[in-house]
Design a protein around this ligand. Structure first.
Ligand SMILES: [Zn+2]
Length: 247
C-alpha cells in the first residue's frame, strides 16, 4: 500500500459549512491523524458517508497536533476520554515541544484533571494518564510506525509545525497554519504534493499561492479556506472533505 491521505476537514476556525482542517494519513500498517478538531467522531464517521472506509475514535491510535488553536486540537478531549472510558487503550499524541508542553495546562487540564470513580472518590490525573506523549525530534525525522515525519516551524501566532510525511520514498506535505512564507513553500515543494492553507488576516492570501511557479502550484491542494472560497474562481486545486490522495 502506498501513502494515502484522506481529507477529514477543510474549513477554517470560523466555518459554518465544513469540519475544521484535518487529515488522516494511512500506510500499510500505520494510521496517523493530523490534528483533532471539534466534532472529531462525526468528522471521521462522515469519511464513510463520502465513499471511503468508515473510521471511528477506536481506529485512531496516533494523533499529531500541529498547534494549540481550538480548531486544530478541540477534539482531543473527546478522543482521549473515549479511549479511556470505552476502549481503554491509550493513543499516542505527537507534537513539537512547545505544543506538547502547552497541551495540558493550556488546553485540557480544566476538564480532565480529576475523575470520579463509582464510589465517589476523586482521582487526580495527568495528560500522561490519558495518552503516550511523544515530542517530534528537533534533530531529524520522527518515526511513527512506517511513517517518517519531518517538521519546521511556521509563521503563526503561536508555535506551529508544518509537516512532511514520508513512506517508502513517497512524501506529502502540510503547511498547517502559516503566513505566506516562500522558504516554507520551497521546503514543502520537495514533496509530491502538499496541502497549503489559505485564509484572511495573517494567513496565506490565495493570490500569493496563485503567483507561485506552475510546477509548485500544481502540487498544492488548498485547505483551511474560508467558507466563501469558490474553487471555480481559482486555478488552484482545492481539497474537499472525503477526498483521498495517494502519493
Ligand atoms: Zn491557528
Amino acid at each position: 500500500m502506498a501513502l494515502k491521505v484522506r481529507v477529514v476537514g477543510v474549513g477554517d476556525a470560523f466555518t459554518a459549512r465544513y469540519y475544521n482542517a484535518c487529515l488522516l494519513v494511512e500506510s500499510a500498517n500505520t494510521r496517523l491523524l493530523i490534528d483533532a478538531p471539534p466534532a472529531l467522531a462525526r468528522a471521521l464517521r462522515d469519511l464513510g458517508e463520502r465513499g471511503g472506509e468508515t473510521v471511528s475514535l477506536d481506529d485512531v491510535d496516533s494523533v499529531l497536533i500541529t498547534h494549540l488553536h481550538g480548531d486544530h486540537c478541540g477534539g482531543l478531549e473527546q478522543l482521549l476520554f473515549w479511549r479511556r472510558f470505552v476502549t481503554q487503550r491509550k493513543c499516542s499524541v505527537y507534537a513539537i515541544a512547545p505544543v506538547l508542553a502547552g497541551l495540558w495546562e493550556g488546553r485540557l487540564r480544566g476538564g480532565m484533571d480529576v475523575l470520579l470513580d463509582g464510589e465517589g472518590a476523586r482521582h487526580p490525573l495527568r495528560l500522561e494518564d490519558y495518552a503516550t506523549l511523544v515530542t517530534l525530534g528537533a534533530e531529524g525525522p520522527t518515526e511513527i510506525g512506517d511513517l517518517s515525519i519531518a517538521w519546521r516551524e511556521t509563521v503563526h501566532h503561536i508555535p506551529t509545525s508544518a509537516l512532511k510525511i514520508t513512506h517508502r520514498g513517497a512524501t506529502f506535505g502540510y503547511s498547517a497554519d502559516t503566513s505566506f512564507d516562500p522558504s516554507l513553500i520551497a521546503w514543502l515543494a520537495e514533496s509530491a504534493l502538499f496541502f497549503h492553507e489559505t485564509n484572511l488576516g495573517i494567513h496565506t492570501p490565495l493570490g500569493a499561492l496563485e503567483s507561485l511557479d506552475a510546477a509548485t502550484r500544481a502540487k498544492v491542494r488548498l485547505i483551511h479556506y474560508p467558507d466563501f472560497h469558490d474553487p471555480a474562481q481559482t486555478s488552484m486545486a482545492t481539497a474537499r472533505e472525503g477526498d483521498a490522495y495517494t502519493v
